[in-house]
Design a protein. Structure first.
Length: 348
């Protein structure tokens, strides 16, 4: 069995633990999720016999670190190897006031085909399991050397489309927010999507209410189809209709991510169309100047156009923030994740 594939209640009901005292599961959970100990032998308040039983029949992590590289801004990108030899990337991002964010992957590669995203060049290979998702968080927490009580944020903005792997993403969120496991507040978790309507419906119905980010990147249907092919089967007007029904608390807002591409979607007319498109929604918008990579076919817009785009929105009382990319020098910024081991990933 893989312990990090299960919620606390599921562990309690698992046949492996049926002859064990109930508090044993709590002890194991504290070692893994609170203390960051992934070796059964080091769980010293368990009997030697029980530790041996765990070593023979159970595992904790389903990924291992193969590489890490740090940026001049403190961002660190990790390459993790999966049990089947594939690779994914995750990013540890230091924020203001000592806060920290983990950018987590949900798939090996991605099926969405967004033209401005390097991950899309890998194509889709497979979904990550709940344990592979949770294991990223556990290892990043360990490598960050955070105090036991130190909280952090998680954004599902790494490799893959989270709502193309909805079942496993929701299960991982259950585990991460479980009071007897990681006990992370749902408000510290953000799921980012390119706009898969069926996945959004499932997320809206899910009892654990996390935050939502939507990758918008265009001001009308035709323009969005050119850079985000998924728009053809998930039309922009229907996406907006669904977002208007998405449950939000009084203080919550949907975050829209808008990657600005030079001479494509960065004009004053685009800004006005974005304002009209999102009218009636509770939202804020992150403006992200494109992070170029070889072969992308797009360029970063001039700063004055970015500032003008922002001003058009802020003049209309929109919370529009220019998001400064972190980790650009190590290819860890938005849209740049594609494992350096990607040749192994696609079997070349």
């Amino acid at each position: 069995m893989t312990i990090t594939d299960y919620t606390f209640e599921e562990l309690q009901n698992h046949s492996f633990f049926k002859n064990e005292k109930p508090y044993r599961i709590k002890q194991i959970a504290q070692w893994i999720y609170t203390k960051g100990v992934f070796d059964f032998e080091k769980m010293t308040n368990l009997s030697k016999e029980f530790r041996n039983k765990l070593k023979e029949n159970a595992k904790i992590l389903t990924i291992e670190k193969t590489q890490s590289v740090s940026s001049k801004d403190g961002t660190t990108k990790f390459v993790f190897k999966l049990k089947d030899g594939l690779f994914v990337e995750s990013v540890l991002i230091p924020m203001n006031e000592g806060k920290i964010t983990f950018c987590i992957s949900s798939q090996v590669g991605c099926a969405m085909g967004c033209r401005f995203c390097k991950t899309a060049t890998m194509g889709f290979i497979r979904n990550l399991t709940p344990s592979e998702i949770v294991s990223q968080v556990l290892l990043l927490k360990s490598y960050a050397n955070l105090p036991e009580k130190k909280k952090f944020n998680i954004v599902f903005m790494g490799m893959g489309e989270p709502l193309h792997n909805t079942e496993n993403i929701l299960k991982a969120i259950e585990i991460l927010t479980d009071k007897n496991l990681m006990d992370l507040s749902p408000r510290r978790i953000t799921v980012s999507t390119s706009g898969l309507i069926e996945g959004l419906k499932k997320l809206a119905e899910f009892p654990v209410k996390v935050r939502l980010a939507v990758s918008l990147n265009a001001s009308n249907q035709k323009q969005r189809e050119r850079i985000m092919p998924i728009t053809k089967s998930n039309p922009l007007n229907k996406l907006i209709e669904e977002l208007k029904k998405f449950p939000l608390s009084n203080r919550d807002r949907i975050t829209f991510e808008y990657v600005l591409l030079k001479d494509f979607n960065d004009s004053e007319e685009d800004a006005l169309r974005v304002y009209d498109l999102l009218n009636g929604l509770k939202y804020k918008i992150n403006l992200i100047p494109f992070n170029p990579y070889p072969g992308s076919g797009f360029e970063k817009p001039e700063e004055k156009r970015v500032l003008r785009f922002q001003k058009i929105l802020t003049d209309r009382n929109v919370n529009a923030i220019i998001r400064k990319s972190k980790g650009e020098d190590i290819s860890a910024a938005c849209g740049m994740l594609a494992s350096r081991k990607e040749k192994e990933n696609v079997g070349e």
